[in-house]
Design a binder for this molecule. Structure first.
Ligand SMILES: NC(=O)c1ccc[n+]([C@@H]2O[C@H](COP(=O)([O-])OP(=O)(O)OC[C@H]3O[C@@H](n4cnc5c(N)ncnc54)[C@H](OP(=O)(O)O)[C@@H]3O)[C@@H](O)[C@H]2O)c1
Length: 252
């Protein structure tokens, strides 16, 4: 029987590509806030599998709870949770940012992700084999100027993933944190608040990761034999690597 996968943030980028990749072999619950897109994606994917679309904001805890509680019985046996919905807002230094942006990132990338996981753990635990795939980021391990709270939210995702593994040892649930580097999706458009030109600059004269690359990793991880748990995958485009630490020579 086909497993049922719930993918948050399936209206674009990694989430959308993952939904497409899993459609042949999984039943899908796709989520996001943009209802028109969700309906169109549901219509397209329905040629391949059964699809349920749920339109809600994962930072709205009451609404999220209601949506998960009301999942119809035929989609209720979720055994794959892909915690993908998330965002970065701004690239200004910490003293220049709008605090509301920090709050939005924390509410979505941390609270929303933890809440959804908490809501679905009992269901996941009941299935013979389950997977939680968290989409973290290299920003959770490697700091960069302007990464301030975004990187910190992804550091939470990394440690939460490891701690989940510790708690879930001996259960049917596996946990993996996938940590992508530079990838071309709507991510930069969101980060720069709709400024398409600025977003395009990020990917100029280089070959970034594409959404499909991450979708392939997700599928590969959840299709490992039951005795294998991939704890984390850090993945960058070949054109990206670490730089040297900076030193301010003006300081005494
Ligand atoms: N692209 C990169 O370079 C990169 C690198 C490392 C990690 N990541 C991470 O990868 C994940 C996916 O990002 P992406 O690159 O695919 O960006 P994207 O194209 O902007 O997709 C983000 C998805 O998250 C959903 N989303 C955002 N806030 C939400 C909220 N409050 N409630 C429900 N859904 C929400 C969006 O849907 P709606 O707008 O319809 O709600 C959209 O489907 C994110 O967690 C991001 O931090 C991205």
């Amino acid at each position: 029987m086909k497993r049922t996968a719930l993918i948050t943030g399936a209206t674009s980028g990694f989430g959308l590509a993952t939904a497409g990749k899993l459609a042949q072999n999984y039943r899908l619950v796709i989520t996001g806030r943009r209802e028109d897109r969700l309906e169109k994606i549901k219509e397209d994917l329905s040629h391949h599998t059964d699809v349920l679309s749920l339109c809600f904001d994962i930072s709205d805890l009451e609404e999220t709870k209601k949506q998960i509680k009301n999942i119809p019985i035929d989609f209720s046996e979720i055994s794959v949770l892909i915690n993908n919905a998330g965002l970065a807002l701004g690239l200004e230094p910490a003293d220049k940012v709008d605090f509301q942006d920090w709050q939005s990132m924390i509410n979505t990338n941390v609270t929303g992700l933890a809440h959804l996981t908490h809501l679905l753990l009992p269901t996941l635990k009941q299935q013979p084999l389950s997977d939680i795939i968290n989409i973290g980021s290299i920003a959770g391990s490697w700091p960069y100027p302007g990464g301030n709270v975004y990187g910190a939210t992804k550091a939470f995702v990394a440690q939460f993933s490891r701690n989940l593994r510790a708690d879930l040892l001996g259960s049917s649930i596996r946990v993996c944190n996938i940590e992508p580097g530079l990838a071309e999706t709507e991510f930069s458009k969101v980060r720069f608040k709709g400024d398409e030109a600025k977003a395009k600059e990020v990917y100029k004269n280089l070959t970034p990761l594409f959404a499909e690359d991450i979708a392939k990793q997700v599928k590969w991880v959840i299709e490992q034999d039951a005795h294998i748990n991939l704890n984390s995958i850090e993945i960058m485009p070949s054109c990206q690597a670490w730089g040297p630490l900076k030193v301010n020579r003006e300081s005494v």
